[in-house]
Design a protein. Sequence first.
Length: 287
Amino acid sequence: MTLTSKEHSVRQEVLTGDNGEFSFTNVAPGQFQITVTSIGFAVGTFSGVLQPGQSFNVPEIAMAVASPVTQVQVTPSRVEVAEDEIKEQEKQRVLGFVPNFYVSYISNAAPLTSKQKFELAWKTTLDPVTFGITAAIAGVQQSQDDFSGYGQGAQGYAKRFGASYADGVTSTFIGGAILPSLLKQDPRYFYKGSGTKRSRVLYAIANAFICKGDNGHWQPNYSGILGSLAAGGISNLYYPPSDREGAELTFENTLIGIGATAATNILQEFVIRKLTPKIASRNPTSP
């Protein structure tokens, strides 16, 4: 129990007896406040004014039972964890500007939902740098008169740009969103970053043929391989008849694509990581 003399800034503390009685001595006249505390009860207070030479009897102070305090620990769901990790991935840019969204530097990253896979695909295909790279590719094709059926001039360039952009969109969405959603596979490359150089090279090459499932287990990369085949087949709908690929060439280009993926993965392991300034390397919160 504490008595505070408001006018003289004096504090006194006492313990009550078994019957709850208490007393303070040598209290200066003036306003005072008594604060009563007890485990399990809310704080009780009483204020009054003590006159010179007065003996003051404090009336009974009633104390309510304190409300129990319940501590609740909120654990984020896997979806929330994945969303936080994606936001960090979307900051990853090689040399500070080239998108590097499909690489996770968190080995045990939370699996993506179908919605998140599609959002990542949209983010990639609508990135301004993607349009810039596509424009450069179309310019090179025009200068070399690739796909001559499109002709030259602004119209020819526009067709080359559209075809090149369509290639990227179909490949990204089919191999990075649609098939991964249907087959429950993760379209990202998971950076290894440890072990011998040989083990990392083998890991990078293997990831052209395998991928992580949404269950966290490694499995054949059906999404990436079938996505390349599907994108190659769809391209026959908009390329000039003289440049359309038959089934044999489509399969051949798919194999070339797998080799390019393996080479890119090796670069991810040994080069690109060093050129990407903003990287989420923290361990995620376990859902």
